[in-house]
Write a protein that binds this ligand. Structure first.
Ligand code: NAP
Length: 284
């Protein structure tokens, strides 16, 4: 049976480090703060927001939430983003996306200053990720995967790593972060031919597909390490969620695996806090 790479010990170690860093900023009279911008009341956004508030409270990070109705105008939302960008007491900005259709999201995202772009919402932020500029903040989910790999001492240099998914928030930045660590990376997507065979060849498999339990025993091999990024409604257990990997059939085969729940998702929120603290330190 595979060793489970749980997210909680990773998140706990990160919290311990952040508490010290926040205390030392506070000793200089600076309280790091994240500005959260939310339009409407999407349950997923509210769930994530609740997690951010709880985690922030636990480590002494401040937050400020700016909430707008679903029918907010372009002008009004632009004003909010510009104000957060200009506010020296806010060091990182998270804006929930996608925005409602009446809004020009591209234009609004571009108003976030790159130095406060803690979840990689701007083209400038994405550019830094792709250019290996470490002053940029990659999206929190792939960064959380990297923290897990580092915490569990999993070597990446020279390893064959397959990433299933090429989204801008997970798959592509994940591949860039792995390349930075000298892995040989294959990126797969919905048109990849013989996906199961490509996956089964890898030393490390990262599943970011958005399809419940799609990666099953046909996609893996003994000795493999599997990182499951997926968060999906569990088709077999109403009200519960599951990953993109079929834990039941994959766990007996591979060497190590991040479980869902309790894996990558448990590290994402603290990752956002870490980015905000780094942004705050850099802005001093
Ligand atoms: P997304 O934007 O829907 O992208 C999914 C990717 O998977 C696309 O590149 C798509 O290929 C590919 N794909 C879909 N069906 C496929 C198939 N049958 N075979 C091969 N590739 C296929 O999703 P995302 O935002 O990247 O999220 C991926 C997963 O991570 C989701 O389960 C999401 O809930 C989860 N997630 C977790 C966290 C966390 O904190 N743990 C955060 C964000 C997202 P094409 O490009 O060809 O369409």
């Amino acid at each position: 049976m595979a060793e489970r790479l749980r997210g909680k010990p990773v998140a706990d170690a990160m919290k311990e480090d952040l508490v010290k860093r926040i205390e030392s900023l506070k000793a200089k009279g600076i309280t790091p703060k994240i500005g959260i911008i939310r339009v409407g009341a999407n349950p997923d956004d509210l769930f994530y927001e609740g997690g951010i508030k709880k985690t922030s409270d636990g480590i002494g990070l401040a937050y400020e939430i700016k909430e707008h109705a679903e029918d907010v105008s372009q002008e009004e939302l632009e004003k909010t983003v510009k104000a957060a960008g200009a506010d020296d007491s806010i060091h990182g900005i998270l804006m929930f996306a996608p925005l409602p259709k009446q809004l020009d999201e591209k234009k609004i995202r571009a108003l976030i200053p790159v130095e406060k772009d803690v979840d990689c919402m701007t083209l400038g932020g994405a550019g830094k990720v792709f250019a290996d500029d470490e002053t940029g903040f990659p999206p929190c989910t792939p960064t959380a995967c990297m923290e897990i790999l580092k915490f569990y001492d999993i070597p990446l240099k020279g390893k064959e790593i397959t990433v299933v998914g090429r989204s801008l928030v997970v798959g592509k930045p994940m591949a860039m972060l792995l390349l930075r660590q000298h892995a040989t990376v294959t990126i797969c997507h919905s048109r990849t031919v013989d996906l199961d065979k490509v996956c089964a060849k890898a030393d490390i498999l990262v599943a970011a597909v958005g399809r419940a339990k799609m990666i099953n025993d046909r996609y893996v091999k003994p000795g493999q390490i599997v990182i499951d990024v997926g968060i999906n409604a569990d088709p077999d257990r109403p009200g519960k969620y599951c990953g993109d990997v079929d834990l039941e059939t994959v766990e007996p085969i591979v060497e190590k695996i991040t479980p869902v729940p309790g894996g990558v998702g448990s590290v994402t929120t603290i990752m956002l806090c870490k980015h905000t603290v780094i942004a705050c330190e850099a802005q001093q």
